[in-house]
Design a protein around this ligand. Structure first.
Ligand code: DP6
Length: 404
């Protein structure tokens, strides 16, 4: 008997121009376009296996080994239904000899290789991997942009994880969402030396979720209206050009300005929302000073910070600056020994904390030194590729159709 099964992995993406606000909460249509950098799946990824079988009684989903309820009409159910509809429309209706596997229930097992406790959003890579594995299972002859229309209905930011490199989510204007999808601005190979350093910041309090936070902003923030109409359209053009020109200076200015404005509209929400804490703000101060020194010496910006709906910092920088930036961060935020994986071999196995330091001319008083654990981990990665089709040996489902 044929086994109808496919496994795919999908990347995390971190926006430079932030998506914050929906004009349609069911279809997940945004109030502004956004743009992100896809990160390397060698370091951070969601892996998903989907299997269709006539013996399965209903659609079921396991996340990191634990079964999750698929709520009728919910986001996961919508993605699965839409993928089955595409299979029928694009394959079974056109080629009557193809097996009608869209009529079978599916079992889906998904795994994130980064801990949920790291506070990294897993919904983007998770829904992108779900849609990619089903597209592979169903042999769908469709483009990543078409798949992004479906991933978008799982989580808005997920639509951008269908491409590698630099990705725009065009907001569109149609009420059915048919023109609200992701497009590639430039592939990974265009600017492979753009690296990212994720500073995982400790956070005890349960923050406001993106989904509910952005809706409150739409309902109450006057500043958001200015952002949507005047600010984002120009930034989308300017940052796309900066990326095509590999102009890091402009890329950095726009990325930081947009992170700042996203947190400003969060603060402009009633009641106000704060995502950054004192550690986040100190990292901003360090990057601002690091750039100031470079500009004062006749150079350009050397690093750009950006923050999503939580306290973690993501620092984008050209590869050649990353060692200095890690040294700067560990000087102010000493690390638990041995936690940092030096995947690019910058420190040659040396104890990271002994490497801390600042560049010449740096004003050390811009931030205080924190205790070990304030930044509980550093992840060094870079711009990465689009979802990958994995071989049968990577399956997450056993022969009984349950997670292995
Ligand atoms: C701050 O995509 O998680 O990360 O569409 O409700 O699932 P839903 O929201 P989500 O929001 C992401 C918000 C952000 C900015 C961004 O990624 O563009």
């Amino acid at each position: 008997m044929t086994l109808y099964q496919a496994t795919a992995s999908a990347p995390v993406n971190i926006a430079c121009i932030k998506y914050w606000g929906k004009r349609d909460t069911k279809l997940i249509l945004p109030t502004n376009s956004s743009l992100s950098v896809t990160l390397d799946q060698d370091h951070l990824r969601s892996t998903t296996t989907s299997r269709a079988d006539p013996s399965f009684e209903r659609d079921r989903l396991w996340l990191n080994g634990k079964e999750e309820d698929i709520k009728a009409g919910g986001r996961t159910a919508t993605c699965i239904t839409e993928m089955k509809r595409l299979r029928k429309q694009e394959v079974e209706d056109k080629q009557p000899n193809e097996p009608k596997i869209s009529e079978y229930s599916v079992h889906i097992a998904s795994f994130n290789n980064f801990p949920t406790a790291a506070g990294l959003a897993s919904s983007a890579s998770g829904f992108a991997a779900l849609v990619s594995s089903l597209a592979q299972l169903y042999h769908l002859p469709v483009s990543p942009s078409t798949l992004s229309l479906i991933a978008r209905q799982g989580s808005g930011s997920a639509c951008r994880s269908l491409f590698g490199g630099f990705v725009a989510w065009e907001m569109g204007s149609a009420s059915d969402g048919s023109d609200s999808y992701a497009v590639e601005v430039a592939p990974q190979a265009h600017w492979p030396d753009l690296h990212a350093l994720i500073c995982v910041v400790s956070d005890d309090k349960k923050g406001t979720s993106s989904t509910s936070g952005m809706q409150r902003t739409v309902e109450t923030s006057p500043l958001l209206q200015h952002r949507i109409k005047e600010v984002v359209p120009k930034r989308m053009k300017d940052i796309s050009k900066a990326i095509l020109d590999k102009d890091f200076d402009s890329f950095a200015r726009i990325t930081m300005a947009d992170s700042n404005q996203f947190h400003a509209v969060a603060l402009d929400t009633e009641p106000p929302i704060f995502y950054m804490n004192d550690v986040s703000k100190s990292i901003i101060a360090l990057i601002v000073e690091y750039n100031r020194v470079s500009v004062a010496n006749g150079g350009g910006y050397k690093a750009a910070y950006t923050y999503d709906a939580g306290p973690n910092a993501v620092i984008y920088a050209p590869k050649e600056n990353i060692k200095e930036i890690i040294q700067l961060i560990v000087k102010y935020f000493p690390q638990h020994e041995g936690l940092f994986k030096d995947v690019f071999g910058l420190f040659g196995g040396a104890d990271l904390n002994s490497q801390g330091g600042v560049v010449e001319g740096f004003n050390e008083n811009v931030a205080k030194k924190f205790e070990v654990g304030a930044v509980k981990g550093l992840i060094h990665t870079r711009v990465g590729d689009s979802p990958r089709a994995l071989g049968a040996e990577e399956t997450l489902l056993g022969s009984n159709g349950l997670p292995k």
